[in-house]
Design a protein around this ligand. Structure first.
Ligand SMILES: Cc1cc2nc3c(=O)[nH]c(=O)nc-3n(C[C@H](O)[C@H](O)[C@H](O)COP(=O)(O)OP(=O)(O)OC[C@H]3O[C@@H](n4cnc5c(N)ncnc54)[C@H](O)[C@@H]3O)c2cc1C
Length: 69
């Protein structure tokens, strides 16, 4: 049984690229490729989906947004 393993990102498909599994495509820099849009946590492409990696993404994405202001 896999609970919480299906991303629900279709609402954003016109704004950012989704991978074949439906995750928002982004690297460890949390950049989506769309100016002004960042992604963090389980919704993005990544290998490890845990509380710690999601929180780290939040910091990375927020600092990237600040740097782009
Ligand atoms: C069954 C299970 C067990 C797990 N056990 C562990 C564990 O033991 N240790 C560990 O480190 N990690 C565990 N994880 C993984 C961990 O829960 C996730 O990696 C982490 O919660 C991801 O954080 P997130 O902020 O990216 O997403 P989430 O925690 O899923 O938060 C997303 C939030 O966005 C809200 N939301 C969704 N859509 C909208 C919308 N349209 N508008 C506004 N809000 C919206 C949701 O309600 C939710 O509150 C587990 C996951 C599952 C499913």
């Amino acid at each position: 049984v896999a609970i919480g393993q299906e991303p629900d990102n279709q609402a954003f498909s016109s704004l950012v690229r989704l991978d074949p599994s439906g995750y928002i495509q982004a690297g460890e820099d949390c950049l989506t490729g769309t100016p002004g849009i960042y992604t963090a946590g389980d919704c993005r492409t990544k290998k490890v989906r845990q509380l710690t990696t999601a929180a780290a993404d939040g910091a990375v994405a927020a600092l990237a947004a600040c740097a782009d202001m």
